[in-house]
Design a protein around this ligand. Structure first.
Ligand SMILES: Nc1nc2c(ncn2[C@@H]2O[C@H](COP(=O)(O)OP(=O)(O)O)[C@@H](O)[C@H]2O)c(=O)[nH]1
Ligand SMILES: *[C@@H]1O[C@H](CO)[C@@H](O)[C@H](O)[C@H]1NC(C)=O
Ligand SMILES: *[C@@H]1O[C@H](CO)[C@@H](O)[C@H](O)[C@H]1NC(C)=O
Ligand SMILES: *[C@@H]1O[C@H](CO)[C@@H](O)[C@H](O)[C@H]1NC(C)=O
Ligand SMILES: [Mg+2]
Length: 414
């Protein structure tokens, strides 16, 4: 090889000195390229070039089952719906969730319910579900473009990462479908045609329980109180799943034009108003415009009531696409909960976020159980106070009140 180069150089009548220099320069260029390549595993840049903005596609396989004799109250929220994504195999689990919500709430309100799946629902699923939901029911199939691993993802790197996460014993560490689900819930659910005539969704997962009655209509509360997002539980995320999420998110939000407008001359960091970052940020420098660290708190997204137009808006959707470019929904295991939370914390003022106390909501073993004896009795709760998590020391609910300077519920001293 070297001989050849030298012969070529001689052929071109160049001096040995030029040849020597060329070889040295080539050598260092090669080293540099190799070094960049080795390091690129860790850089965001590598994947940017290949990113294709997700196509806008339509879920065309929509089936609606109308309840013909439904007489709904007047003061319901017209553009509100329950929303569930699940598989056919989740039938029993989702039946439990529906029965619990119908009994404690929806039998009096008959809100519609939309079900989405990455595969078509079976007739058995549709029949059984339609029987137990009191409102109209819609079934839709999630388009492949909104679910499958996109082309820009490096399959070899992905395989390594799944193995790595599995080895580290991260929950769902090696699970690819879980990542597809999280990405869908981060950047696509609000684009479904099945949801297009709605502005409010209430997310429900299989095997959740509402252990108390909900006498008031949470959708109505959202509208009346001018809120955009509601949560009932909050906790910290496994750091290993979101190693690069905070940095990537900050890059996006702090380069938005609107961000500059919120920082006035001479203002110190603490007085940047109208974000809800106080919930998720720690170790901020009071004297400098320097952001703090992510404390890993997030709104637990298996329960959510949210405004769809907030998610459909260019600030949120633009955020999703920007962070999607990194491929880290797959290479890491970014959850929809921290993604929603960070966006909400940057984009919404504290007064746009609703905390529903005394929800009696349980996801598996973790939930809320009213503390006050009278509340417990009045709401006909059936939950164990020993399983109450909202005010547990690992809960982020207290942090929300403190960080956003909200008044704690009366009997809580933190
Ligand atoms: N259609 C579909 N839904 C899924 C899939 N994986 C998870 N889900 C749904 O996504 C939601 C979250 O999944 P889950 O297993 O409960 O995750 P966890 O709550 O984080 O442990 C639930 O509503 C599941 O039914 C999938 O592969 N296909
Ligand atoms: C992957 O995650 C889903 C939940 O999203 C779960 O139901 C499934 O059992 C997991 N698969 C494996 C192989 O762990
Ligand atoms: C925000 O302000 C900084 C400094 O004042 C400037 O360098 C930056 O370009 C601005 N960003 C945008 C998006 O306008
Ligand atoms: C913050 O946003 C709220 C709306 O959420 C608005 O009413 C209020 O005036 C804003 N405050 C400042 C200081 O901009
Ligand atoms: Mg779940």
């Amino acid at each position: 090889m070297l001989d050849k180069v030298i012969r070529m150089v001689r052929f071109k009548r160049l001096s040995y000195r030029t040849a020597f220099l060329t070889i040295i320069i080539s050598f260092f260029t090669c080293c540099y390229i190799l070094f960049q390549f080795i390091n690129s595993n860790d850089s965001i840049k590598r994947f940017d070039d290949y990113y294709l903005t997700p196509a806008d596609v339509v879920d065309n396989k929509i089936e609606i089952r109308i309840k013909p004799d439904l007489k709904r109250k007047n003061d319901i929220v017209k553009d509100a719906t329950f929303f569930t994504i699940c598989r056919n195999s989740d039938l029993d689990g989702i039946k439990n969730s529906i029965e619990s919500l119908e009994k404690n709430f929806n039998k009096n309100f008959n809100y519609p319910w939309i079900f989405a799946n990455d595969e078509p629902f079976t007739n058995e699923f549709k029949d059984k579900i339609s029987q137990i939901v009191s409102g109209d029911v819609t079934f839709t199939v999630i388009p492949k473009e909104y679910w499958d691993v996109p082309k820009f993802i490096d399959q070899t790197f992905l395989k390594d990462q799944l193995e790595q996460f599995e080895m580290e014993n991260v929950m769902y560490g090696g699970n690819l479908s879980y990542r597809k689900m999280c990405r869908f819930n981060s950047g696509f659910f609000y684009k479904l045609k099945a949801l297009s005539k709605y502005n409010w969704y209430w997310r429900v997962e299989p095997n959740v329980k509402y252990t108390c009655e909900l006498p008031e209509d949470p959708f109505k509360i959202m509208v009346d109180e001018n809120k955009l997002y509601a949560f009932v539980l909050a906790m910290t995320e496994d750091k290993r799943t979101v190693r690069k999420l905070w940095a990537t998110s900050r890059n996006y939000f702090e380069n938005l034009n609107s961000w500059n407008n919120t920082i006035e001359d001479g203002e110190i960091y603490q007085s940047i108003s109208n974000t809800s970052l106080g919930f998720i940020e720690q170790n901020t420098d009071r004297n400098e415009l320097v952001r703090g660290e992510f404390n890993y708190c997030h709104y637990w997204s298996n329960f959510e009531i949210g405004n769809l137009n907030f998610f459909r808006g260019s600030e949120y959707d633009g955020y999703f696409q920007e962070i999607d470019k990194t491929g880290n929904f797959f290479y890491e295991r970014w959850g929809d909960a921290p993604v929603h939370t960070i966006a909400i914390s940057y984009l919404l003022a504290p007064d746009k976020i609703k905390y529903f106390d005394n929800s009696g909501y349980f996801h598996e073993n973790i939930g809320n159980c009213p503390r006050d004896k009278n509340d417990y009795k009045d709401l006909h709760c059936k939950c164990s106070k020993h399983r109450e998590f909202s005010w547990h020391r690992h809960s982020c609910v207290p942090r929300w009140f403190k960080g956003l300077k909200m008044d704690l519920p009366q009997e809580i001293h933190w």
